[in-house]
Design a protein around this ligand. Structure first.
Ligand SMILES: [Zn+2]
Length: 236
């Protein structure tokens, strides 16, 4: 099980980076990774590893940490007049102080009512809800094609996976797929639905995926290349 133990500081030049140290009983070796959502380095530590050795390891990788964080696309906090990718389209965010309709889309404008200081959070809530509605509908369409049943789709802000699926037909998906091209979001949904036929990544599984999504390799490549971009959007 993962647990956050503490945060250490790693210096590179004049910059100081916090590194979160996490003990993980399943980890086999000391490992550094970047959490794109938190924009922070994580040091994964096997249960038996010495804390001091791990810290020395992180400090020896200061340049790598600096470079990785530097490569991340600029954070994009939702704001007025922002152009936003949305389920394969582009929408423009506009604030309406007088309207009392919550958040809605009209001709490629994403209107947000209420106080301006709540705009970013309300945009994010709307995006999550929209992706939740879209992905449930899409998942059920895919499920019907291969004769399986989707019970529920939950959207979350996942970190290490875009989606997951339980045997009982419950899917978890990253709401950030709302920013991806529709074909990419559809691929992730098709991938998870296909697990209801094959709970593994065998060739039989990929045959099911291919049936639902013939270009799945192209979509997977897009996700690999653009993961940091999907994580660059934020409400704060
Ligand atoms: Zn899978």
């Amino acid at each position: 099980m993962k647990q956050t133990d503490q945060t250490i500081s790693v210096c590179y030049g004049t910059a100081i980076f916090p590194v979160s140290v996490q003990k993980n009983s399943r980890a086999k070796r000391v490992r550094l990774k970047i959490n794109r959502k938190l924009r922070q380095a994580i040091l994964v530590l096997p249960q038996k590893a010495s804390f001091q050795t791990a810290c020395n390891f992180a400090r020896s990788k200061a340049e790598w940490i600096a470079r990785q964080l530097d490569c991340l696309p600029e954070k994009q906090i939702f704001h007025e007049n922002m152009s936003l990718p949305f389920l394969g389209n582009t929408v423009l965010v506009h604030h309406s102080l007088t309207a009392k309709r919550g958040v809605w889309i009209d001709q490629n404008v994403l209107w947000v009512s209420g106080k301006k200081e709540h705009l970013a959070r309300r945009v994010q809530d709307f995006l999550k809800k929209s992706f939740s509605v879209y992905s449930l509908k899409k998942a059920r369409q895919f499920a019907q094609k291969i004769n399986v049943k989707v019970q529920r789709v939950t959207v979350r802000d996942t970190v290490s996976r875009w989606g997951s699926c339980s045997k009982s037909g419950r899917l978890n998906l990253s709401w950030r797929l709302v920013f991806a091209p529709l074909s990419v979001a559809d691929y992730v949904i098709a991938h998870e639905v296909s697990h209801l036929c094959e709970m593994n990544h065998s060739s039989a599984f990929w045959k099911v995926v291919e049936m639902l999504c013939p270009d799945y390799q192209k979509e997977e490549l897009w996700l690999k290349k653009n993961a940091a971009y999907l994580y660059s959007f934020s409400d704060k």
